[in-house]
Design a protein around this ligand. Structure first.
Ligand code: AMP
Length: 190
């Protein structure tokens, strides 16, 4: 079963996915994390991705899809996979749908917070792409290219909104609850 975590940079998707995966035995796949590892290891993929990431641009779809396709193909029946930072474009969302079994995507959790909160959280993180001008650009890219996925998953009846303006613990409780409901529904449909 796949659950997508949607929301702007800085909203806390990664923190939430990591904590839920850890306590619940779910799998967490962060494309940003995979890319940062590739950059750190100086691989060809990392070298390709780095300039996009440093500017706050999206890494091209074909690079991302090449990176995640093998992983998506091996999602097992009993596995609960939290996708964090993927898909980020409509092309990626279509590819995800094409590469997974019908019904495998159970929900898209949409984490919401005000722009002020996002910018404050991004400044607090100290990552290389969290510099002020890069932050502005990443938020603009999000609004332009990734935000349309909200309507895409809404129209499929998969969108679940989570207010991420609260404490990490409160958001975590809702995150675990939303995924647990998906698992229960899946069992009922058996
Ligand atoms: P994140 O850790 O999710 O904030 O991702 C960090 C950076 O990695 C982004 O700003 C993009 O440059 C790149 N990235 C991560 N995931 C994707 C994706 N699905 N599509 C394109 N670029 C991505």
């Amino acid at each position: 079963m796949i659950v997508i975590l949607l929301g702007a940079p800085g909203v806390g998707k990664g923190t939430q996915a990591a904590a839920a995966a850890e306590t619940q035995g779910w799998t967490h796949l962060s494309t940003g994390e995979v890319l940062r590892n590739e950059v750190a290891q100086g691989t060809e993929l990392g070298l390709t991705a780095q300039s996009y990431m440093d500017r706050g641009d999206l890494v091209p779809d074909e690079v991302i899809l090449g990176m995640v396709s093998a992983r998506l193909a091996e999602v097992s029946a009993g596995e609960t996979l939290l996708l964090d930072g993927f898909p980020r474009t409509l092309a990626q969302a279509s590819a995800l749908e094409a590469q997974t079994a019908p019904g495998a995507i159970s929900a898209a959790l949409y984490f919401t917070a005000s722009d002020d909160t996002l910018v404050n959280r991004l400044h607090g993180r100290g990552r290389k792409d969290d510099d002020r001008s890069v932050i502005e650009h990443r938020l603009a890219v999000y609004r332009e290219t990734t935000a349309p996925l909200i309507d895409f998953y809404q129209s499929k009846g998969l969108l679940r909104e989570i207010n991420a303006e609260r404490s990490i613990d409160a958001i975590q409780a809702d995150t675990v609850e939303a995924v647990t409901v998906c698992l229960q529904n899946m069992e009922l449909q058996g």
